[in-house]
Design a binder for this molecule. Structure first.
Ligand SMILES: Cc1ncc(COP(=O)(O)O)c(C=O)c1O
Length: 356
């Protein structure tokens, strides 16, 4: 067989993968094939196309007959649109201090959405009724932004998971105080795969009103969706999406990607695989003396503490991020395309660097 010809238009080595982020992965070939299928001809713009219509059917299959999907470009956009739809101008959002909406969205919820975030420190990225109570007060006090929504993340930014019962407890507590519940499900598939439950069990069946559903980290080129689960609690996502610059004119290409992931089991296969690779990685790391795993490894992330100099040297060999440089804490993410060989090579490199 002839060796593959190099193509001058290719500017990277497709065989190289690291552990920096599930966003570093490319798009799954089945997603790319679906995009090609959706190409050609004219389709009504701005969401009146056949692919977006079919996505609604697929979403209802996952989340029940009242669920409605609003495809958007990215996860920050999904969160900003979703949270505006459940807050008044005087409203506030209770979330974990580690929440993506608080630490990783450049203040977009505040500046684009005009939202006040009320944060709570958590040991593991998870809110509980008791932790929510640290911010859930003062509804009658015009001096304080009014807590109107609780936002949780599943799987969390620290790679941990809420059980369905824990989500139910958060939702019951929020609802008892007249607040709605938003779930940042950028990695909801990883959570459902790990807990071996349908995504519905972790969302509307547990009381969640509104969801940011991830696609990008699960194998899409780009694209997420705001999914309205409880239409009685949510207002005007349609207008808010456009106002927030998240309305794609050629929406068929966002919708068809989500359809490719969700219509059958591609989402689950991808999520399961990424989770399995994280388990393999954690197992390998546990055998390396001097490296501490910081949080339960329940989805596709491994957080660890190791000497800073070792982390620095290892980063010359594989891409990943320090989470807390001063402490030497790092985050290692697995993706749908991480291979067993990638993990084994990484663990071998970690051992070498620790022994130096
Ligand atoms: C928990 C969580 N929410 C939302 C996002 C969405 O971010 P983006 O706007 O980069 O798609 C991310 C991405 O890293 C995330 O980890």
């Amino acid at each position: 067989m002839n060796p593959p010809k190099t193509d001058a238009r290719r500017h990277h080595d497709p065989a190289v993968r690291g552990f920096a982020s599930d966003n570093y992965a490319g798009a799954h070939p089945e997603v790319l094939a679906a995009l090609a299928l959706a190409n050609g001809g004219h389709q009504v713009a701005y969401g009146e196309d056949a692919y977006t219509e079919n996505l609604q059917r697929v979403i209802r299959g996952h989340f029940g007959p009242t669920a409605e999907a609003y495809p958007v470009f990215n996860g920050t956009g999904a969160n900003v649109v979703a949270l505006q739809a459940v807050t008044d101008r005087w409203g506030a959002v209770i979330c974990a201090e580690s929440a993506h909406i608080h630490v990783d969205e450049c203040g977009a919820p505040e500046r684009v959405g005009g939202l006040k975030l009320l944060t709570v420190p958590t040991p593991d990225g998870k809110l509980t009724p008791e932790l929510i109570d640290r911010q859930a007060y003062g509804w009658d006090d015009e001096h304080r932004a009014m807590p109107q929504v609780v936002s949780i993340t599943q799987s969390t930014e620290l790679g941990t998971l809420y059980t369905p019962a824990e989500i139910r407890a958060v939702c019951d507590h929020a609802h008892a105080h007249g607040m709605t519940v938003h779930l940042d499900g950028s990695r909801l598939g990883n959570a459902a795969a790990s807990l071996d439950v349908p995504m519905r069990t972790l969302t509307n069946a547990a009381g969640v009103d509104l969801l940011s559903l991830g696609g990008t980290k699960n194998g899409a080129l780009f694209g997420e969706a705001v999914v309205v689960l409880n239409p009685d609690a949510v207002r005007q996502v349609k207008h808010l999406r456009k106002l927030s610059m998240q309305l794609a004119s050629k929406m068929r290409f966002v919708s068809v990607q989500l359809e490719a992931l969700l219509a059958k089991d591609l989402w689950l296969r991808n999520a399961r695989h990424a989770n399995e690779m994280a388990q393999r990685l954690a197992e390998g790391v546990r055998a390396v003396h001097g490296v501490e795993i910081l949080h339960p490894v329940q989805a596709n992330a491994v957080f660890a503490r190791l000497p800073y100099a070792v982390g620095e040297r290892l980063r010359q060999r594989f891409r990943f991020y320090f989470w807390d440089e001063a402490a030497g804490d790092v985050r290692w993410m697995c993706a749908y395309d991480t291979t067993e060989d990638d993990v084994d090579a990484f663990v071998a490199a970690l051992k070498e660097e620790m022994a130096r």
